[in-house]
Design a binder for this molecule. Structure first.
Ligand SMILES: Nc1ncnc2c1ncn2[C@@H]1O[C@H](COP(=O)(O)OP(=O)(O)O)[C@@H](O)[C@H]1O
Ligand SMILES: [Mg+2]
Length: 404
C-alpha cells in the first residue's frame, strides 16, 4: 500500500471517528430533549383531560358530551387521544398534526429517538379515554436539524480527502533535485566502496612489499654477517681483519637499506611538513636516479604551512604522478608546477610522453587513490592526455576548511 493511500486512510479514519462521535453526541442531546418535551406535553394533556373528565362527571355529562368536547378540543400537542366506547370501538381519535404533514423521519431514526413513555388511560362510565405520547413531530424536527450537520460533515470529509489526495501526490513526489541528489549519493557510495576496496588491496600489497624488502635487503646481509662472524674465530689474523672490514661494510649497507625503507614508510615530509623542501628533495633524488629524463620544477608561494594532511596528500600526488611518468609515459621531459596563492594550491605535472596510450598494465589504483585523497580536502583532480600532447595531472586544493 502506498504511503499516499496510507496517509489518506489514516486521516479518513480520524475524520470519520470524529464525525461519528459528533453525531452520537448530537443524537443523545436530541433524544433527551424529545423525551422531556413529550413527557411535559403528555403531562399537560393528562391534566387537561383529567380535569375535563372530572368536570363532566360533576355536571353529569355522558360519553357523547365527552366525545363532543374532544372534537372541539382537536389535537393536543405531542399526544394522540383516543376515546373508546364500552365495546372497545374507537368513538373518537384526535386528528393527525398538520405540522410537517405527510413527512416522517426514517424508521431506524424514529426507533432510536423514541422515548420510553407509557400511555395514560382515564376511565369514564361506559367508556375510556386513552392518551398516548406521540413524539413523531419532535423526532422529525430532530432529524431535520441533524441531517444538514451530517451532510455537511460528510461533504467536508470528501472535499478534504480529494484535496489531500492531490496535495500528497505533489508533496510526496520526489523533486528533480531530490532525484539528482539520490543519483549523486548512490554514485558517491559506489565510488567510496570501490575506493575502500582499493585501499585494502593497497595496504595488503604494501605489506607484502615491505616483507619482501626486509627479507631481500636485511635477510641476506644478516646471514652474511653471521657466516663471517662464525669464521672469524678460526681464521688467520689477516683474514680476521678482512672479515671485520666486511662486516662493517655490510652493516653500513644495512643502515642505508633500513634508512630507505623507513623513509618510504614515513616520508621526511611528515617530520617537518614543508612541501617545497620535500618536493625539492624528491626532485633531486629523482634526477640522480633518472638522468635520462629532464625534470623542471617551478614552486611558487609559501608552501611551508599547508598543514600535515594537505602537505602529505600533495606530496603523495607528486610521487604518484612522477612514478606514472616512468611507468606509462615514455617521456623525455616532465614539468612540475606547484603554486600557492591566497585561496588554493595548484599542482600540475605535465610530460611530453605518449599521453595516456600506455600499454603498461598497472593496478590502476594510483589516480583513484589520488582523487579520493584530494576530494577529502575538498579539492579536484583532472588527469588525462594534454591538448599539446603528453599527459597532465592537474590538482586544485582550496585553502579553507579541512586542509590541516
Ligand atoms: N603520465 C602518464 N602517461 C601516460 N599514461 C598515463 C600516465 N599516467 C597515468 N596514465 C594512464 O592512466 C592509467 C591509470 O594510472 P594509475 O591510476 O596510476 O594506475 P597504474 O599506474 O597502477 O596503472 C595508467 O594505467 C595509464 O594508462
Ligand atoms: Mg600509477
Amino acid at each position: 500500500m502506498s504511503l499516499r493511500l496510507r496517509l489518506n486512510l489514516l486521516v479518513a479514519m480520524l475524520n470519520l471517528g470524529f464525525l461519528v462521535a459528533l453525531c452520537a453526541l448530537l443524537a443523545g442531546e436530541h433524544r433527551k430533549s424529545i423525551e422531556e418535551e413529550t413527557e411535559a406535553a403528555h403531562r399537560v394533556a393528562v391534566q387537561l383531560l383529567g380535569t375535563a373528565v372530572q368536570t363532566s362527571r360533576l355536571l353529569g355529562g355522558g360519553a357523547p358530551d365527552m366525545a363532543a368536547f374532544l372534537q372541539s378540543l382537536g389535537r393536543v400537542r405531542g399526544n394522540e387521544i383516543r376515546f373508546r366506547a364500552g365495546d372497545g370501538r374507537i368513538a373518537y381519535s384526535s386528528p393527525p398534526s398538520s405540522y410537517k404533514a405527510g413527512r416522517e423521519a426514517p424508521e431506524w431514526f424514529a426507533r432510536l429517538m423514541q422515548p420510553r413513555l407509557e400511555a395514560t388511560v382515564i376511565g369514564l362510565p361506559g367508556a375510556r379515554l386513552e392518551i398516548l405520547p406521540e413524539p413523531s413531530r419532535s423526532i422529525l424536527d430532530a432529524w431535520d436539524s441533524l441531517l444538514p450537520v451530517i451532510g455537511l460533515g460528510f461533504a467536508f470529509v470528501i472535499v478534504l480527502h480529494a484535496l489531500l489526495w492531490f496535495l500528497l501526490r505533489h508533496l510526496l513526489q520526489p523533486t528533480e533535485a531530490d532525484a539528482r541528489r539520490l543519483v549523486a549519493t548512490t554514485r558517491e557510495l559506489a565510488d567510496q566502496r570501490a575506493v575502500s576496496r582499493l585501499v585494502h588491496e593497497r595496504v595488503e600489497e604494501e605489506r607484502k612489499r615491505v616483507a619482501r624488502e626486509l627479507h631481500d635487503e636485511l635477510g641476506q646481509s644478516l646471514t652474511a654477517i653471521r657466516l663471517i662472524a662464525t669464521s672469524l674465530g678460526r681464521g688467520e689474523p689477516a683474514a680476521q681483519s678482512q672479515g671485520i672490514a666486511k662486516i662493517s661494510e655490510i652493516a653500513a649497507g644495512l643502515y642505508d637499506s633500513v634508512h630507505r625503507i623507513v623513509r618510504e614508510l614515513r616520508p621526511a615530509v611528515l617530520e617537518q611538513p614543508d612541501l617545497a623542501a620535500a618536493v625539492d628533495d624528491l626532485a633531486r633524488e629523482w634526477r640522480t636516479r633518472h638522468p635520462e629524463l629532464v625534470l623542471d620544477t617551478e614552486l611558487e608561494g609559501d608552501l611551508g604551512d599547508l598543514g600535515e594532511t594537505t602537505t602529505l596528500a600533495l606530496f603523495r600526488a607528486v610521487q604518484e604522478a612522477l612514478t606514472n611518468v616512468l611507468k606509462h609515459a615514455a617521456a623525455t621531459r616532465v614539468a612540475l608546477r606547484l603554486v600557492r596563492d591566497e585561496a588554493e594550491v595548484r599542482l600540475d605535472v605535465t610530460d611530453d610522453g605518449c599521453g595516456g596510450a600506455s600499454l603498461a598494465t598497472g593496478s590502476r589504483h594510483g589516480l583513484a587513490g589520488m582523487r579520493e585523497r584530494i576530494a577529502a580536502l575538498g579539492g579536484t583532480v583532472q588527469a588525462g592526455p594534454a591538448p599539446e600532447g603528453g599527459f597532465r595531472v592537474s590538482i586544485t586544493v582550496p585553502l579553507s576548511g579541512a586542509n590541516s
